[in-house]
Ligand binder design. Sequence first.
Ligand SMILES: Nc1ncnc2c1ncn2[C@@H]1O[C@H](COP(=O)(O)OP(=O)(O)OP(=O)(O)O)[C@@H](O)[C@H]1O
Ligand SMILES: [Mg+2]
Length: 524
Amino acid sequence: MSKKDDFFSHISGGYSCKGDYIVLGGAMLDGEAVTDAHIRIALKSLNRHGLIAGATGTGKTKTLQVLAEQLSLKGIPSLVMDVKGDLSGVARPGSENDFIRDRHAKINLPYSTMGFPVELLTISEQNGVRLRATVSEFGPVLFSRILDLNDTQAGIMSIIFKYCDDNQLGLIDLKDIRKVIQYLTGEGKEELEKEYGAMSTASTGVILRKIIELEQQGADRFFGEESFDVRDLMRRDASGNGYINIIRLTDIQDKPKLFSTFMLSLLAEVYSTMPERGDQPKPELVIFIDEAHLIFSQASKVLLEQIETIVKLIRSKGVGVYFITQNPMDVPAPVLAQLGLKVQHALRAFTANDRKDIRLTAENFPISDYYRTEETITSLGTGEALVTALNEKGIPTPLAVVMVRAPMSRMDILTPDEISSINSSSQLVARYSRVIDPDSAAEMLERKIREAEEERREAEARKAEQKSYERDYGRDYGRTTRTPTRTSGRTPSRRRTTTHPVVKVLTSATFIRGVMGILTKAMK
Ligand SMILES: Nc1ncnc2c1ncn2[C@@H]1O[C@H](COP(=O)(O)OP(=O)(O)OP(=O)(O)O)[C@@H](O)[C@H]1O
Ligand SMILES: [Mg+2]
């Protein structure tokens, strides 16, 4: 048998798939595509997460686009974090050219162009489906993690959430939580200390400062109502194709903290919302995080641990998470160890450090008789990658150099008009555009302070009046007669007790949905 025939049966055997699958491309040997040596990725293994890595311009984003398209055709929706803003084109058909025709002829895969069902989501002021979450939904544990609080400060945060829970104060946005802290260190200090014990002002000072820092990164746009229901990500169009939900994050690149906050909260929300699935023939949702180094580079150790934990647990809910990044070393080792699909595009060896990273990357791939992995990594062409996956039994597939198929949709962005047309026909945009500012903690506390102040003033006025009557009519005045005060007829406490229904739901859910608390318990 020739080397090529031998290789063909090696790949065909290793990538033969019993259940349903998607085709990523065709295998290559000695720089040439091998006709019909197709790389099939089992749908069943797609909840085992993955990595797409490679130097700039080597084809990572196009590989992501191909995966999202193929999943959509299988009725699997995806969520794509589009940091560079180059993925929206997936909504419109691509255009066939000689390069693509030639590529598909070599691997013998049919090619057609097609646009996919897309929702454009945003956490900023861009047009699209507004993604928001309430502070209550974060829960005290996750909220503390995001603020990078130490144990003492996190303990205080728990007390603050508990106080709000007990007093039906809805924590909707950052203004609410700031107001509660200001209240509990000012007018409400005594009330708090009686019931819950003292809070150190040094710690509350730090917490306030960190909340302001988060606000300065633009997080105030993200916290609020109407909060996003992650089940809306799991939609299919009339032909049964899964929606590709694109979160446009172009204005978040320089705000890594906000990005990791948002990412973690979204993963946590997906985790807490979706039921346990066990082994399923295909995933419910696949999440792609482009430019993933942004989440890892500035995340604290604790935050990294939380990401690790949630990535581990979310699998059982039928959700696959795919990280796209330039250097595989950007992904922390414990996360890397959990990834089933690895697509490694070319890496460049400019420095000693680069060479070290390449060696380590090569060592993380299965040994192959057909490739010298380290050399191969530096010589891959654009849109070519070293691949290893898990088959439907969870066994690693053979290492293969793959010519990745071309995306069926446009490899470029949408025009502003095309974006407007998607948004105007979206069912979700209108629903999530409503800004609701329910009667939440900030408003309630302001009212409480105002009423206390009014009561105090009224009491003082009453005292002063009593004194003046006593001066004019003698000490016993008013003990036998009703004091003709200006305030008569008014009840001293006019505190409104009605609570906005949204707030009621939120407050009672605060502790239940302290998602990270659930996770911590699940890990024990
Ligand atoms: N599978 C593919 N089929 C056809 N063309 C491809 C494919 N992959 C990559 N290309 C070509 O290579 C170019 C660069 O690819 P891509 O934008 O995916 O790179 P990248 O690794 O994401 O780069 P960056 O790190 O800058 O984001 C594309 O614009 C396209 O022309
Ligand atoms: Mg890219």
